[in-house]
Design a protein around this ligand. Sequence first.
Ligand SMILES: [Zn+2]
Ligand SMILES: [Zn+2]
Length: 354
Amino acid sequence: MKIPGTMRAAVLTARNEIQIKQVNVPVPGPGEVLLKVAACAVCSTDISLMDKPGPGQPDFGEFIPGHEYSGTIAAVGEAVDEVKIGDRVAVEVHYGCGRCLNCRNGNYTSCLNWGETEKGHRANGMTAPGGFAEYVVNHISTVYKIPDNVGFDEASLITNLGCVLYGFELTGGYIVGDTVAVIGEGPLGLLSAQVAKILGADTVWLAGLDDYRMGIAKELGIDRIIDVKPEDIVSLLKKSFNTGVDLAVEASGSEPGMAAAFRIPKWTGKVLLLGIPSGEVSLDMHEFARGNKYLYTVRGEGRTNCRRAVSLLKNGRINLKSLISHKFGLGDIEKALTVHKTNGNNSIKVIVNP
Ligand SMILES: [Zn+2]
Ligand SMILES: [Zn+2]
C-alpha cells in the first residue's frame, strides 16, 4: 500500500468552523498503527467539541475531529504484531494512561489523567487527531479486526454499541426474563432495545416520538413501541406492569426522560443513564431512595466492550445498518454535520466516507 506524504483532513480552524485542508500523513510510532479511514460517523460529541473544546483538545487549526471510524491498516509501527497491513479494523476512542488507579483497575474510559497526553492518555477525535481525514494513527490497544462480512459503515458504529453493552455490563448484565423500558429513540435507544432483546429480556418497550425512528424500531422487532411523551410513559407502564419494570434505560438525555426513568422501575429496580443531560435536572429522589432503586452511569465503551460489539456484528446478532440514514464524502462534511445537528431528513447516524 503506497502512502502519500500529505492527505485531506477536516480541521477545526475556529469555533464551529471546519475546513478541508491538506496536512501531513501521520507516522505510527511504537505500538501504533496507521489506518486508511473508510468511514467515520458523526456523533453529538463531535458537535459539542466543535462548539466548546474539551480538556486536552488540540488547538484550533490543528484539531481533526471524528471518533467513530473504521478502515484498513496501511502501516504498523514498531512492536505491532496483532494486525498486518491490509487488515480491516474498527476502533474505540479511549486509550487510558495505564498508570492511574482507574486505568489499573481496567476502567480506562474514566482515566484520571484524561487529556494529559504527556502521561500517555489519548482519545482519538477528542484529545488527538480523529477520523474525519484520509489517514489516522491509533494505538494498537484501540483497534479491533473486523471480518469480511462486516461493512466499514456499520463497523464505524461499534463505539455506540460498545457503550450500550458497557452500560448493561455495569448494571449486572443478567436480564433474562426481565422487563426493560428504553426511553429515547436515538442511536443509543435503538441499540439498547436491541441489546435487551439479545440478552433475553422478557419484554422490551421503547418510548419515543420521532415517527421515522419509531418505524425503524418496529422493523427491528422491539416488542412494544410507545409513541408518547416521557411524562406519559409512567402511567402507561405502571398500568401494564403494576409494580414497574426491572430496568429503565434512559437514552434521551432530556429532563422529562430522566424523570420518567427514575419513576418506572419497580422497587429494587435499576436505572441505566446513557443519555447525558446538558445541565442540572430536578428528580424525585425521595421516591427513588424509598424504593431501594439503583442508578448506573456509563462513560464511553469501556472494558473492551467494542470487542463484544464486533462479535455481535460478525454473528449477525445485531442490526447497525438500519441506523445509517445518510452518507457523504469528506468534502461535504459541513453538510453531514448540519444534517446531524438539525435532524434533517430523518437522520439517525450520518456517515462520512473520506
Ligand atoms: Zn460518539
Ligand atoms: Zn489513566
